[in-house]
Design a protein around this ligand. Structure first.
Ligand code: GLU
Length: 583
């Protein structure tokens, strides 16, 4: 049972920072002395893994079958995903992980976001004339590579919660890397699409891994071996610090600093990396409490702002088959995205008005816009009390990433979103894995046209803003209800919010909620995925929305929900190749 939930009504606006580490620390001061003890949840309930690839799901299930904790399974899932779904996440990337410990009731956010090199300046992505660099010069460049954080983050979470040996988490990945795995259709599509995206020939390791000698991309079904990856997972199994110090770290830095377009990351940056435990950002929504990751992730704030904006409205009465239901979802998304774009960045470096954005009075003022019957003319950020208007953000966006959920038989939950940022990250490899291009999640321009500083500007040691939205929902008794999340760049927030409204308000199963067409309303254009009912599209257009309809959307939603009788049901996004399965 989540202990801090008993404090929710005592805090203004229902915003709660769920503290980490121990049950005692999890009690906010406002709740001190309330005399509420955590219930000890008994072991051996149902378990489940929902992830984007069957090999990864199987590895996670094997860890659970061996008596592993959800975090042991997460290590197995991540190390296999980095091999079989390298376009999305891996050992060279970063992640945010929400961990719910059923026995203590603690909820902890583990922040494994990449950091910029100590020497990075706000001009990181500007050319000599002060103009933003193009795609190849910024993304497919050493400049974009931050210190990979996923491995350090998993090691920290394992030290806190692991039941199996750390090394066991790499067995499945090592075996698959040595024996080979069949390239999936989705991976084959990205390999074929890789060459035209940039000068792949510059990077022999990636070229040799994915192409024949005559330059033909390897097809789906090809048995791919990756001995370098096996060597890496062996080294990490022996000591996770092998990624941050020693020969593997040196190989990473060689790849970063390789010509052309060398980056500034150094061995000192790698050695200095720290994963961070953070307070989860939780807010009440109707009869539930919705928890997500705080800055530098924008997911926890923005998903909760969308829900807060919808709360005054009876969403159950306006279901997914109504124009009105989608109108409200669109307007709430536009308002919350505008705030997110304006204010959210690494709160260790800039002031982020987290409490102001989620304050009940502020949200109620913002929600007045939704009471209209026609489309809001534009989507501009609000200004929470006591906050000055920041510079206009110029952070670009590109899809990659993977999300998975694990519930173990003790009822512990992992909700983890993990990324190398763009497809295959920077395209540069070391140790059999791809290096991220996460630093392009900073605003390319550090100031706006009026010279105002942009909160998400690059800076030495800073973490770029993320859209990742790993989410866990609890009921009013503090019992786990569901965990959800998705890849998809800034659309992650809309994809995740859609599933929450779908399940909590519209009564859908996880799978039905995943399969609803994605609707992404950021800025003045509303993207609507193929499959939306024509009458809804016509109705939205008649209200004055500018629609970009019948398009594909790159979500990869994975969900596990616990029903009242304790049964687990899951959902896997058919837009990807995943599964939700029990051991
Ligand atoms: N790098 C992005 C972020 O952290 C995610 C990219 C994606 O989902 O494709 O927000």
């Amino acid at each position: 049972m989540l202990r801090f939930l008993f404090a929710t009504t005592a805090l203004a606006g229902g915003l709660i920072l769920a503290s980490c580490s121990s049950a005692d620390e999890a009690m906010p001061e406002t709740n001190a002395g309330a005399g509420i003890e955590a219930e000890v949840t008994s072991a051996s309930g149902p378990a489940m893994v929902a992830a984007a690839n069957p090999h990864a799901v199987e590895a996670g299930l094997d860890a659970l079958r061996a008596g592993g904790d959800a975090i042991d399974a997460a290590i197995a899932v991540q190390s296999v995903l980095g091999l079989v779904e390298p376009q999305s996440s891996g050992l060279g990337g970063g992640a945010f992980l929400l961990y719910y410990d059923a026995q203590s009731g603690d909820l902890t956010v583990y922040d494994g976001r990449e950091t910029a090199p100590a020497t990075a300046t706000p001009e990181l992505f500007l050319d000599l004339n002060g103009q933003p660099l193009g795609f190849v010069e910024s993304v497919l460049s050493g400049h974009s590579i931050g210190v990979p954080g996923a491995v350090a983050m998993l090691a920290m979470a394992h030290a806190d919660h692991g039941a199996l040996d750390w090394a066991d988490g790499f067995d499945a990945a090592t075996g698959l890397a040595e024996d080979g795995f069949e390239i999936s259709p989705r991976l084959a599509g990205f390999i074929a699409g890789m060459a035209p995206r940039g000068p792949l020939d510059e990077w022999p390791a990636s070229r040799d891994y994915f192409f024949t000698d005559d330059g033909t991309p390897l097809p789906a079904g090809h048995l791919l071996r990756n001995p370098a990856y096996a060597e890496t997972t062996r080294a990490l199994a022996a000591d996770w610090r092998a990624l941050y110090e020693g020969p593997l770290a040196a190989a990473i830095i060689d790849a970063v600093q390789d010509e052309p377009r060398p980056g500034g990351l150094t061995l000192t940056d790698l050695a200095a990396y720290q994963a961070v435990r953070r307070d989860a950002l939780c807010r009440d929504y109707r009869e539930w409490t919705v928890c997500g990751a705080p800055p530098p992730a924008s997911g926890g704030i923005t998903v909760n702002e969308i829900l807060g904006l919808l709360e005054p409205y009876d969403m159950t009465a306006t279901g997914p088959d109504t124009v009105e239901g989608w109108r409200r979802f669109i307007e709430a998304s536009r308002l919350a995205y505008a705030d997110r774009d304006a204010y959210v960045a690494d709160a260790d470096f800039v002031d982020v008005p987290v409490a102001g954005l989620l304050d009940a009075d502020y949200i109620n003022r913002r929600a007045l816009g939704i009471s209209r019957t026609t489309a809001l003319p534009t989507s501009v950020p609000g200004i929470p009390d006591g906050v000055s208007e920041p510079g206009a953000d110029a952070t670009p966006d590109s899809p990659g990433t993977s999300h998975f959920v694990i519930v173990d038989s003790d009822g512990d939950v992992v909700s983890m979103t993990t990324t190398v940022e763009s497809v295959f990250g920077s395209h540069r490899m070391a140790g059999g894995f791809f290096l991220n291009n996460q630093l392009t999640d900073f605003s390319r321009a550090p100031t706006d046209a009026e010279g105002r500083v942009v909160p998400n500007a690059p800076e030495g040691g800073k973490r770029p803003r993320s859209s990742m939205s790993p989410t866990i929902v609890f009921d009013r008794d503090g019992e786990f209800v569901l965990a959800t999340g998705s890849p998809g760049g800034s659309s992650i927030i809309a994809y995740t919010a859609k599933t929450l409204v779908g399940m909590l308000d519209w009564g859908l199963t996880p799978q039905q909620a995943i399969e609803l067409p994605n609707v992404v309303a950021r800025g003045d254009i509303v993207r609507v995925e193929d499959g939306m009912d024509a009458n809804i599209l016509a109705g939205l257009a008649a209200l004055g929305f500018t629609l970009d309809a019948n398009r594909g959307e790159n979500s990869g939603l994975h969900i596990v929900r616990r029903l009242e009788d304790g049964t687990l049901i899951g959902g896997a996004d058919p837009r990807r190749e995943g599964q939700a399965r029990q051991p």
